[in-house]
Design a protein around this ligand. Structure first.
Ligand code: HEC
Ligand code: HEC
Ligand code: HEC
Length: 468
């Protein structure tokens, strides 16, 4: 993602580092080993309590009634938790056009950035309509406007679009799903509109629990389908319930994860899973390319799997010195506890990049010499990942065209055709898995590279069929 404003910050940051270089180097020498080691399996003693000395909020019952779906909307908490409410609302700055706000750049059209997807993902509508995301307040507006499901010509939703598209967009939808179950997922998308008014809000991550609990113990995964587990903290699970890889199960259109445990939360294991996840135990396909006959998979935003899947990212194994617990999504994207003007402790609910949070960089990322220049490090990881995504994408585009020609000319025998199609399916899946992950490789550079290796290996093998 473009982050032009970061240049200045990283520059300032470098100046600070020059001044502090001597100290940093000394600290780094002393503690380098600590930074490289995964957290011990027994919980280490929390570091000195660095919680700012404020008072905690008092839970209370909202004066506003629950809405028709049984949800206390964000408005209901406005006066009880004004700091969380205000910072949650501040995500409005993360909008389509970008803004003058220092945190968010304008979002990009992915089809322009990666023109290969026109060919590679044909005929999935993602090959035409795919933008970088906005912040949470726009989830409803965006899902209703995307031409992946809205037909601009007829001004109606496509008959293929069902209410299950609301799964990660709305507190109201989650409440309806909990109440009415799978039937909800089968309602035509356009027919449920009147019941869905609240975008992603308090209810998605806290249920209605804030009435009796003003702490993070109120956190609750509300989405019923999500394969969560004790290997991640509850806060991370609340993010993971939406920021994950899922598919629509053909039998009932229900949203499901392609795994039931952490060990199978890897790109390879998911690939195996999809081989028999289709109707009657056939391979599951998100779509089939009419020119090549390849049944393809479409990866969604696997942030949770990148951080916590398989052997986990290195950060998910390290201990945050300020909390004594391993790092989770909130540590990096919500930052440290704040104290309001009237002396109340709270966590900012404005979801930002850790690179845009100088206080966090100083208090957590850079201490003990762990990341001396995180901005540069992240930029390097992202560049490596994006360069490879472009280069391998070119090869997959080439393969798709060659295979389409071969199919049209009937020039491959049945066995070879099946082999090339299988390699094409693999190449796309492993490539897509990195391509659509929103941190551009920086959540887990090793996994990003290993997964791209699998893609490149498959596409190289397939292209070899067309040499000579
Ligand atoms: C996307 C998930 C998400 C949403 C939406 C959300 N929260 Fe939270 N909330 C969290 C997480 C995660 C924490 C814990 C942060 C930590 O401990 O580091 C938290 C903590 C809290 C706490 C405990 C005290 C604190 O600030 O740490 C309160 C109170 C709270 N949220 C209120 C709200 C209210 C009110 C809303 C809606 C206006 C809301 N939250 C929306 C995820 C969410
Ligand atoms: C109920 C589903 C849901 C939950 C829970 C959720 N997200 Fe999201 N998140 C989304 C969706 C959907 C979008 C894209 C919205 C759009 O483009 O309109 C998004 C967008 C974002 C973005 C903006 C990305 C960008 O490129 O600007 C960030 C950052 C983010 N989420 C982080 C988190 C974190 C951290 C948590 C947990 C504290 C979390 N989300 C919990 C669904 C969710
Ligand atoms: C160790 C810190 C760390 C953890 C833990 C972490 N992230 Fe991130 N995340 C990052 C960094 C660094 C980026 C890249 C930010 C940038 O490009 O400015 C990022 C980017 C993102 C983005 C894209 C946002 C944007 O504006 O580009 C989303 C969405 C996201 N993370 C969600 C999550 C979720 C969900 C989790 C938990 C499953 C998580 N992150 C855990 C550090 C972290």
């Amino acid at each position: 993602m473009e982050r032009k404003e970061m240049t200045t910050k990283s520059e300032m940051h470098k100046k600070f580092l020059v001044v502090a270089a001597v100290f940093v180097m000394v600290i780094a020498l002393v503690s380098l080993v600590a930074c490289q080691q995964p957290a011990p399996s027994t919980p280490s003693a929390p570091a000195e309590d660095t919680t700012p000395a404020g008072k905690d909020s008092e839970p209370a019952t909202p004066t506003m009634a629950k809405n028709a779906n049984g949800v206390w909307t964000a408005e209901a908490w406005k006066d009880i938790y004004p700091n969380q409410y205000q910072t949650w609302k501040d995500n409005e700055a993360n909008s389509t056009e970008g803004s003058t706000d220092p945190y968010f750049a304008a979002r990009e059209d992915m089809v322009e950035l990666y023109p290969q997807i026109k060919t590679i993902w044909n005929p999935s509508p993602f090959n035409t309509y795919y933008n970088e995301p906005n912040g949470h307040p726009y989830s409803l507006e965006d899902v209703r406007a995307t031409q992946r499901i809205f037909d601009a010509a007829t001004q109606a939703y496509k008959p293929t679009a069902f209410a299950n598209c609301y799964t990660c967009k709305s507190a109201d939808y989650t409440a309806l799903l909990i109440k009415d179950g799978n039937a909800t997922e089968n309602i035509p998308f356009g027919d449920i509109k009147d019941k869905i008014n609240e975008a992603i809000s308090c209810y998605n991550c806290h249920s209605n629990n804030l009435e009796t609990d003003a702490t993070s113990d109120s956190l609750q995964v509300t989405s019923p389908f999500f394969t969560a587990g004790s290997f991640a903290d509850v806060g991370s699970q609340t993010c993971g319930q939406c920021h994950n890889e899922y598919y629509f199960r053909p039998a009932d259109r229900s949203v499901q994860n392609p795994y039931t445990n952490q060990a199978d939360m890897t790109p390879e294991a998911m690939y195996e899973f999809y081989k028999t996840a289709g109707a009657e135990g056939k391979p599951f396909n998100d779509y089939s390319n009419p020119l090549t006959g390849v049944g393809q998979l479409k990866t969604q935003h696997p942030e949770f799997e990148f951080v916590f899947g398989g052997s986990k990212s290195s950060m998910a194994k390290r201990t945050n010195p300020n909390t004594g617990e391993t790092f989770g999504c909130a540590d990096c994207h919500m930052g440290e506890t704040q104290v309001s003007a009237d002396g109340v402790n709270y966590t900012s609910h404005l979801l930002i990049s850790p690179l845009d949070n100088p206080a966090l960089l100083e208090s957590t990322c850079e201490i003990a010499g762990c990341h001396t220049d995180l901005a540069a490090q992240v930029e390097a990881w992202q560049k490596e990942s994006e360069d490879r995504v472009h280069a391998i994408g070119d090869k997959i585009e080439d393969l798709t065209k060659k295979l389409a020609d071969a199919v049209a000319a009937n020039s491959l025998d049945e066995t070879k055709l099946a082999e090339v199609r299988e390699l094409n399916r693999q190449a796309v899946w492993y490539w897509d898995f990195v391509m659509v992950e929103n941190s551009e490789g920086s959540h887990n550079p090793d996994l990003s590279n290993d997964t791209l290796d699998l893609s490149e290996d498959a596409v190289d093998k397939a292209l070899a069929y067309f040499v000579g």
